[in-house]
Design a protein around this ligand. Structure first.
Ligand code: EPU
Length: 338
């Protein structure tokens, strides 16, 4: 079934809790429904939205927002080590992770408690604790709004990178509506515990943990660092962690005994933006109702519940120019500005 609403209030549909609306809002509960929609007649631009957890609306949206209510989780080949799991794009990401961990399947546990929905996770290539969605995705099914037919993408065709995929490419943006994602999970133990303090958080369970135990540890770390979406509006990490060349990294290190970093291929180094923002003295900085979250300065929060998009953008600009001045490094938002 397709539901179309005009002048729809999006305040409850974006985790930043910006008080904005869209000209038209379309929800559908089956991929087949998309074939019946007359896209030409809808206000433009078209935007497909998951849980609204990685978006900053800069104001009221003049176009049409689509939201999927396609919800299914289907296991195949139950009994073998590798378990393909087909999931509808409208399933809440953490419902999928919770179910597969409870069923003893490995693969998604490090990605516990990330807000949003499955379709958006496959666009954004969400990641945490050393794992990215693209690592466990075997394929993506879409509706092509131009050719008006179902199309499938195998994992290499999705071109997954750090918080990036083909679906974010300007040339096809908005063209493909993800309707379902195929994951490849495993019954064989495959814990990935190398990131940060994950092993420490597992404590006595770090020996031969179950997916559920890893999930519980990830949840406890996230709860201690990141704002509770029920209490405080935010869009998670606001900036990407910058990737620096050797000389750029050397410049950042000047005057510091140690600088946290991860070495990547090709001599590149990823430096936590949270560290740079903290060094600039921006922890707790405020503009209007927006603030830099004290416990994790990579996150901008709607501290008063009344922050406007302009407050958030002014704080974002202040952070970008502060980091540029101090370190000569350009930060880029991870959150999509709409
Ligand atoms: N740090 C500080 N000060 C702080 C907090 C952190 O200096 O107050 C430094 C520390 O050196 C720490 C490092 O930042 O070791 C990294 O912090 P953390 O492990 O929390 O991760 P992050 O790099 O800040 C990334 C993701 C998060 C993800 C975590 C864990 C991005 C943009 N963000 O953050 O993803 O949960 O790693 O894997 O890559 C999200 O995308 O919304 C998100 C929350």
């Amino acid at each position: 079934m397709v539901t179309i609403r005009q002048n729809f209030d999006l305040s409850g549909r974006n985790t930043f809790r910006m008080k904005v609306s869209c000209a038209c809002y379309v929800e559908y509960d089956s991929p087949k429904d998309l074939e019946t929609i007359d896209f030409d007649s809808l206000p433009k631009p078209l935007l497909h939205m998951g849980g609204g957890s990685n978006l900053l609306f800069k104001g009221d949206f003049p176009g049409t927002v689509f939201h999927s209510l396609v919800k299914y989780i289907k296991y195949f080949d139950v009994g073998s080590d590798h378990v393909p799991v087909a999931v509808g794009a409208g399933v809440v990401w953490d419902d999928f992770v919770a179910k597969t961990c409870a069923d003893g399947l490995w693969g998604a546990e490090n990605l516990s408690l990330i807000p949003g929905e499955v379709g958006a996770a496959a666009v954004q290539n969400i990641g945490a604790y050393g794992v990215e969605a693209g690592d466990i995705i075997a394929g993506v099914t879409c509706f092509d709004t131009v050719d008006r037919k179902k199309v499938s993408f195998k994992t290499p065709e999705c071109r997954y990178g750090y918080r990036d995929s083909i679906f974010k490419d300007e040339s096809v943006k908005g063209r493909y509506i993800i309707t379902g994602v195929l994951f490849r999970l495993s019954r064989e133990a495959a814990p990935k515990l190398e990131y940060g303090n994950l092993k420490a958080a597992l404590g006595k369970d770090a020996g031969e943990p179950t997916p559920q135990q890893v999930r519980d540890a990830v949840i406890s770390i996230r709860r201690s660092k990141l704002p509770d979406p029920e209490e405080l509006g935010s869009a998670g990490s606001f900036f990407k962690n910058p990737v620096l060349s050797g000389p750029q990294f050397a410049a950042v290190c000047q005057g510091y005994e140690t600088v946290p970093h991860y070495v990547l291929d090709g001599g590149f180094v990823k430096v936590p933006a949270a560290w740079m923002i903290e060094q600039c003295g921006f922890k707790g900085a405020e503009v209007g109702g927006a603030a830099v979250y004290e416990k994790q300065p990579l996150v901008i929060v709607n501290a008063t519940g009344e922050a406007s998009p302009q407050d958030v953008i002014a704080l974002e600009e202040k952070i970008i120019s502060g980091v540029r001045e101090k370190f000569g490094v350009e930060l880029h938002p991870e959150v999509e500005h709409v």
